[in-house]
Design a protein around this ligand. Sequence first.
Ligand SMILES: [Fe+2]
Ligand SMILES: [Fe+2]
Length: 286
Amino acid sequence: MKSPENLKIIPRKLTIDLTEALKDKPYWLENDPVKTHFFNALQSAFPEGERMFIDSARDVRDRYSDQLSEELKEQIKLFIKQEAFHGVHHEEWNRALTERGYDKIATYSRWFREQRLLMKNRVPPLYRLAMTAAGEHFTAITARLNIHGDPGFMESVDRPFRDLILYHAIEEIEHKAVCFDLYQQAGGSYFTRVLGAVSFTFGMISHVRGIHIYLLKKDGLWNRETKKQARKEVWGRDGLVRKLLPDIIDYLRPGFHPWETDDRKWLLRDFSETLEEYGIEAPEYA
Ligand SMILES: [Fe+2]
Ligand SMILES: [Fe+2]
């Protein structure tokens, strides 16, 4: 299995004033602090998380260059560009949160940066790439869930956050297999791929949980009711984990490839108007 012939990975620049947007709509997801802060917490890891992804892709590309196809090398360049542009938005988002008084976001980012640099020196590149491939799968299946698998979700997000989520979804879907293919072409083992996925999952859960609680506490909203709601939203019967679980388990199958599901068709069907409005070049149909 490989990427579709007509796949285009297009790095796009999108300008959105997040500081203003957060001022207008601090609880931009259904005016619900628990739901909104969950996404704020998730996104807060992305500036450093995506840098870690880029580091690992670069390091493996440079070390195993002879084994890689020219097509993949080109895709890696585009993947890095897309992630670098995303980084600008995530940074701004974090800055906007810090400015609103959530100062631990900045402290956390500094800590995460130290961890990333430490890992770069101490953890073998293929292992880091195994974590990255799992991270990219996670972002792609979350993107798919947001745009397609969870009817009504996109309508419940206030603009411009909805547009930002859509823009990221497009690009995360476009480059979803780049790190996976790089890992395979570099000769990464199945065992390490699974181990990388487990490490990524635990790391992410502990981070998101910690920041989610912090943001709610800071608003004076961490109480029995919100605790219960948070548990339900994440782990409950209709919660995020249950919705993502089939795709998470699928990743652990030995012959898995990210392009067994082509998500691009939903993007065009449901969002062509928004894409036009922003002048975002639409992905092609499968
Ligand atoms: Fe990204
Ligand atoms: Fe990504």
